[in-house]
Design a protein around this ligand. Structure first.
Ligand code: NAP
Length: 271
C-alpha cells in the first residue's frame, strides 16, 4: 500500500515548502511529497539547474497523483525559489511565493551546511555565525512563517513541520565539527518546544536525525570519502540514501503520523 493510499486521496494536499530542495535529502523529500499529492515550493541557493530538474519531477509526480485518484482540475505546478538562508531576511519572500500556489500544509526545514573538519580552538566567529544562522536561526524563522499560515490560531487548517537535524546532535562530532553538532542540538530542542507550543493548533512538529547519508554535503566540506570510510562504524554496515531519509519525512507529513508530534526520528542505520 502506498503512502497516498494509506492517507486516503483528497482534493490535493496543499503546498509543501522544502528548503534546500535542489539536491540530496531535500530533493528526495520534495519528489516523494509530490508523489503523495503535495504541490511543492522548493528553495535553493545557487544550483538553479538542479532545482529546475527537481521541479520537473515534482510536477510529473503531482499530476500522476491527481490522475490516479481522479481528482478534478489541473494541479498547480511546483516552483523553485532562490533564497540564501544565510540571510534570514530572504525567507518571507519564499513563503509569499508559496502562497501563490495554495494553502501551505507542510514545511520541511532541510537546508543546512557543515564545514571543514576543525577543533574548537581553530573555529572563527564568522564560521560559527554562518553555521548557526543557516542551521538554526533560519530554521526557526521558517517555522514562524509556517505557523502563521498553518495554525488554527491564525485561521489556518493545521499542518506538519519536519526539521532535518543530524545524528551529530547526540554524538557531538568531536574533532570534526562540534559547532555543527551544537547547531543541530538546538534544532532538536526547538522541535520539542515548538511541538508543545502549537500542538493544540493542529500543527505537528517533528525532526528527522539522519546518520551518514550519501549526498554532496561531504564533498562540499572537503571529505567526499566520509560515507565509505565510516561504513564499518555504522551498525547497518553502510551509509544511508537520501530516499531512505525522505521516507521518514513523508511519513511524518502524512495522516499516518496524525498523533506524532515532538518526535525525533533517527534514520541512521543504528549509528
Ligand atoms: P546537500 O546535498 O549538500 O544539499 C544541500 C541543500 O541545501 C541544497 O539544496 C543547497 O542548495 C541547500 N543550501 C545549502 N546552503 C544553503 C543556503 N545558505 N541557503 C539556502 N539553501 C542552501 O545536503 P544534504 O546532505 O542533502 O543535507 C540536507 C540536510 O540534512 C542538512 O540540514 C544536513 O545538515 C542534514 N544532514 C545530512 C547528513 C548527510 O550525511 N548527508 C547527515 C545528517 C544531517 P544548492 O543546491 O543551491 O547549493
Amino acid at each position: 500500500m502506498t503512502l497516498s493510499e494509506r492517507s486516503g486521496p483528497r482534493a490535493g494536499r496543499g503546498v509543501a515548502v522544502v528548503t534546500g530542495g535542489s539536491r540530496g535529502i531535500g530533493a528526495a523529500s520534495a519528489r516523494l511529497l509530490a508523489r503523495s499529492g503535495w504541490t511543492v515550493c522548493l528553495t535553493y541557493r545557487k544550483e538553479k539547474d538542479a532545482a529546475a530538474e527537481v521541479v520537473r519531477a515534482c510536477d510529473a509526480a503531482t499530476r500522476a497523483f491527481h490522475a490516479e485518484h481522479g481528482l478534478p482540475g489541473t494541479p498547480t505546478g511546483a516552483i523553485a525559489v532562490a533564497a540564501d538562508v544565510e540571510d534570514p531576511a530572504s525567507i518571507p519572500a519564499v513563503f509569499t511565493a508559496a502562497d501563490s500556489l495554495g494553502q501551505l500544509t507542510v514545511l520541511v526545514n532541510n537546508a543546512g551546511v557543515t564545514d571543514r573538519a576543525a577543533r574548537v580552538d581553530e573555529m572563527t566567529v564568522d564560521r560559527l555565525t554562518r553555521m548557526f544562522t543557516i542551521n538554526t536561526i533560519s530554521v526557526i524563522v521558517c517555522a514562524g512563517e509556517a505557523v502563521r499560515r498553518m495554525s488554527t490560531r491564525h485561521g489556518g487548517p493545521g499542518g506538519s513541520i519536519v526539521n532535518i537535524s543530524s545524528a551529530a546532535s547526540r554524538l557531538g562530532s568531536p574533532g570534526v565539527y562540534v559547532d555543527y553538532a551544537a547547531s543541530k542540538g538546538a534544532v532538536d530542542t526547538f522541535t520539542i518546544g515548538l511541538a508543545r507550543e502549537v500542538a493544540g493548533e493542529k500543527v505537528r512538529v517533528n525532526a528527522v536525525r539522519p546518520g551518514i547519508i550519501l549526498t554532496d554535503i561531504h564533498a562540499t566540506t572537503g571529505d567526499p570519502d566520509r560515507p565509505a570510510q565510516a561504513a564499518s562504524s555504522i551498525p547497518a554496515g553502510r551509509p544511508g540514501t537520501a530516499d531512505e531519509v525522505a521516507d521518514a519525512v513523508a511519513w511524518l507529513c502524512s495522516d499516518g503520523a496524525s498523533y506524532t508530534t515532538g518526535a525525533i526520528v533517527d534514520v541512521s542505520g543504528g549509528r
